[in-house]
Ligand binder design. Structure first.
Ligand code: BES
Ligand code: ZN
Length: 886
């Protein structure tokens, strides 16, 4: 099927075809492009694009030239300066075929496109009266005819011409010329010395303000740093600038990578399908991930800005200098770069806290994907729409595999392998095998097991059964792994699973032990399970231990340890590995809440858990940020995943119950925390201060489960006294739990105060979508009619619609099915103009198998209704069909 194209841009439509792309069908490109000259004459409703490509046959043969293009209005074609006769070429709505071409020639095309009419936000589009591009993965074909595939690397020269009403004219690389033209027009010419695939092309034009700084690289080169934003916003990108400089320094120190151009630019745009994009020398960011100031941004915003700025910057080497051979190899740039940004964030903000957050996200998004109908390997082997393969598996599991590789071979060999990778493949488009080969070569070891991690879908299930021999002072660990079958993939091979582990004694003190192959007793070791089963024996174990394994979540597996449930209390109180300390608390809380869901509450266990939580809160040696994570009980979504088929209403109630008990038992302590953590002095976005604010909000959140008049007064004071957005939203969210007039008037006042700040109004929509009120769906529907609601701006649409569907499970899964119907209607409406954004909203319905039968049937019915709708995009059709397939 073809996507909907705005009428003004549509080429003649041929019959829809369900096309699939297979890795096995990969062939090197028939033609290479050495040089590209692009000439843009910008106008909002009709932009002229002339492209001159220097083409050369790759290998022999006499294949015709085939270029991709979509929604392009052809003006003319020429080869070596001669207009093309009509019988030499064929144009469809997807490609252009030119027959009888020589081995080396220039191809010139001129097309007209309509940036204003482009609400898919792919290719060249307008936002706020400015021009922006988004080309990954296949947006360049909406700009001009081109071999739109990542293994065609060309050098670009770009001329941009526009009215002076568009003062900034930006593209990749270096500005080599600019000047004035008659009729209040001007132009600029940019040249990028580095060959690149077309998905890294970018152009921005319009009235933008600038924050400027510079960076001196390790080798002493000065790089100009320019961040462009809507007029008046420049002071608000200071934190992004600071993050950028820290990321640049970090990549030098940790990977030996220096920036390679004299100019690095980032532009913020309000209308953007994704988070951010790594175009060479000219990153384009969703404004929500670049703009922040203390009054309007939350700590989470600061944290994400830091990590996304780093992520896109790190792509300059892992993605741009070395790119993907084809889109199946996406995780060589994304998984690797996510691992790099996670490591950076860990260095900036603390390893344990960062790791807990990353694992929480992995389990919430990737584990269910890997267990459901959309399961695919981190390196998939077929797809219909590549847009649908920017998945948690490619990103998050891809990052886990790199981390696991590093754990297996050690940090030094990992660094040598990366050095070799940069040296061997600079300027090339590579595969996952190429990446892994570098580590195999530097270590001289067989890393086919690591490759298997990339090729095999499904989350391995690992079990550990410890056997202690008091006489011999040995601890034997019987290990077992299996990978559940996933669609289209039956038999799986065992994978190398590194288990970082330590031993505690009954009082929680660390015990040393001798691991196989170690020379000296140690308090922690990494043992690797390689086969389907294995037994590993630790010696010199003085007393019966409490095992602490999979420390730091050393492999992306689902782990079961045969042990008394009691052991978790010891780890929660004492494990020196903070990840496992947190894990123990989550696991206890989860089991207790699930027991309530089943109608078998364990009141003694609950009380013990809450007391243990109280002791953890009193522990002066641990940081507030960590305590905030301990205090945040597993979410309703976590619980729904843990024990299918889920009953979201029962889960909501069970979770509320445990929060109420915590509020009751820990009241004095929580109130003291809330009072004591009140902000002193002026705002700072650093991790320490953010941790204090997070803990203060978390304490208030628990108290609100009781929701006494004094709690409500406390919440109101919290909201009214807020001088930063994290606290303001914490207060509003607490008031929302109680509902009523205090909440309604606070929400109205918030809107009045922030109505001119789009990023804050996004938060306003998102907050309301999370309300536990029984009539929240009616309120959400009413909000779609609010003058500030605009489904064409992805940020605004997601704030209301995705937040409701993903963050409000108890109300989204209303037994009437009204929540599902609402989501399906919204998906269908947005699919008319933005298939990428529409397709990303299917997940809450796609998980129907995990819900109780009455709900599952209603969810399926909505998916079927979507699938049967006329004019559906290929993006939505692929995911809806897969979600329904038996
Ligand atoms: N290359 C992607 C952006 C992208 C993704 C463009 C899909 C087109 C289609 C970019 O590097 C990226 O991964 N962005 C993430 C944020 C990142 C920090 C994980 C995003 O946009 O969500
Ligand atoms: Zn990326």
């Amino acid at each position: 099927m073809t996507e909907m194209i705005p009428a003004s841009q549509s080429a003649p439509q041929s019959a829809p075809v369900a096309t699939g792309v297979r890795l096995a069908d990969y062939r090197p490109p028939a033609f290479l492009v050495d040089e590209v000259h692009l000439d843009f004459r910008l106008a909002p409703a009709s932009t002229r694009v002339t492209a001159r490509l220097a083409l050369r046959r790759n290998g022999g043969g006499d294949a015709p030239l085939v270029l991709s293009g979509r929604g392009l209005k052809p003006v003319g074609f020429a080869i070596d300066g001669m207009p093309l006769a009509e019988d030499r070429y064929t144009v469809t709505d997807e490609d252009l075929t030119v027959r009888d071409v020589p081995n080396s020639f220039t191809f010139e095309s001129e097309v007209e496109i309509d940036p204003d009419g482009n609400r898919a936000l792919e290719g060249l589009y307008t936002s706020g009266g400015r021009f922006y591009t988004q080309c990954e993965a296949e947006g360049f074909r909406r700009i001009t005819w081109f071999p739109d595939r990542p293994d065609v690397l060309a050098r670009y020269t770009v001329r941009i011409e526009a009215e002076k009403a568009y003062p900034r004219l930006l593209s990749n690389g270096n500005l080599i010329e600019q000047g004035e033209l008659a009729g209040e027009r001007h132009y600029a010419v940019w040249q990028d010395p580095f060959p690149k695939p077309c998905y890294l092309f970018a152009l921005v034009a319009g009235n933008l303000d600038l924050l400027e700084d510079s960076f001196v690289t390790a080798s002493g080169r000065e790089v100009a740093l320019r961040l462009f934003v809507d007029p008046g916003q420049a002071p608000r990108v200071a934190y992004a600038m600071d993050s950028l400089k820290r990321a640049m320094r970090w990549d030098e120190a940790n990977y030996g990578r220096e920036y390679d151009l004299d100019l690095f630019m980032i532009v913020a745009v309000r209308d953007f399908n994704m988070g951010a994009m790594e175009n060479k020398g000219l990153n384009i960011f969703n404004s929500s991930l670049l703009i922040a100031d203390p009054e309007t941004a939350t700590d989470l915003d600061y944290e994400r800005i830091e990590s996304v700025v780093a992520h896109e910057y790190f792509h300059n080497w892992t993605g741009n200098r070395i790119t993907c051979r084809d889109w199946f190899q996406l995780c060589v740039k994304e998984g690797l770069t996510v691992f790099r940004d996670q490591s950076f964030s860990a260095d900036m903000r603390g390893e344990a806290v960062q790791r807990i957050k990353d694992v929480r996200a992995l389990r919430a998004r990737q584990f269910p994907e890997d267990a459901g109908p959309l399961a695919h390997p981190a390196r998939p082997d077929h797809y219909q729409k590549i847009d649908n393969f920017y998945t948690a598996t490619v990103y998050e599991k891809g990052a886990e595999i790199v981390r696991l590789l590093r754990t297996l071979i050690g940090p030094e060999d990992y660094r040598s392998g990366m050095d070799l990778y940069f040296q061997r493949f600079d300027g090339q488009a590579v595969t996952v095998e190429d990446f892994v080969s570098c580590f195999a070569d530097v270590t001289g070891s067989d890393l086919s097991g690591v490759l298997s991690w990339y090729l095999q879908a499904g989350t391995p299930e690992v079990s550990v059964t410890p056997r202690y021999d008091a006489a011999a002072k040995t601890l034997s660990l019987d290990l077992r792994q299996s990978v559940p079958p996933t669609r289209g993939m039956g038999d799986k091979v065992p994978l190398p699973v590194p288990l970082r582990l330590g031993l505690l004694d009954a009082e929680g003190r660390q015990q040393s032990f001798l691991a196989p192959g170690a020379d000296e007793p140690e308090s922690e070791a990494v043992v690797t399970l390689r086969g389907a089963t294995d037994t590993i024996t630790l010696t010199g174990v003085a007393e019966a231990p409490v095992l602490s394994t999979l420390r730091g979540f050393s492999a992306p597996v689902s782990l079961t340890v045969t042990e008394p449930g009691e052991n978790r209390f010891i780890r929660l109180a004492h494990d020196p590995d903070l990840f496992n300390r947190w894990e123990a608390g989550q696991s206890l809380a989860r089991d207790l809440m699930l027991a309530r869901v089943k109608g078998e509450p364990d009141r003694t266990g609950e009380r013990r858990f809450v007391d243990a939580l109280g002791r953890a809160m009193a522990d002066q040696s641990s940081e507030p940020a960590f305590k905030a994570l301990l205090l945040a009980l597993p979410s309703e979504q976590d619980l729904a995943l843990a024990a299918p088929p889920a009953d979201p209403a029962a889960i909501h109630e069970a979770r509320d119950n445990l929060r109420q008990l915590a509020a009751e038992v820990l009241r004095g302590q929580l109130e003291a925390l809330h009072d004591g953590l009140v902000a002193l002095g002026s705002f700072s976005p650093d991790a320490e201060s953010a941790g204090r604010r997070a803990l203060r909000n978390a304490a208030l959140d628990i108290l609100m489960a009781a929701g006494t008049p004094s709690d409500i007064a406390r919440a109101k004071a919290h909201a009214d006294g807020a001088s930063d957005m994290t606290t303001a939203l914490g207060g509003l969210s607490a008031l929302m739990q109680a509902g009523g007039a205090a909440y309604d008037s606070a929400v109205a006042a918030f809107y009045t105060r922030w109505r001119d700040e789009p990023l804050v109004i996004d938060k306003w929509f998102a907050l309301q979508a999370r309300s536990p009120a029984p009539d929240v769906l009616d309120r959400v529907k009413a909000l779609t009619e609010h003058p500030a609601f605009d489904a064409k701006t992805p940020n605004r649409f997601r704030a209301l619609v995705s937040t409701f569907a993903q963050m409000n499970p108890a109300r989204f899964h209303d037994p009437s099915g009204a929540g599902y119907r609402f989501l399906a209607d919204q998906i269908l409406a947005v699919d008319q103009f933005n298939p990428q954004v529409a397709a990303r909203q299917l997940e809450p319905l796609g998980g129907w198998r995990r819900y109780k039968p009455e709900l599952a049937a209603l969810m399926k019915a909505e998916l079927a209704r979507i699938l049967a709708s006329p004019g559906l995009s290929a993006n939505v059709a692929e995911l809806a069909a897969k979600a329904l397939a038996e």
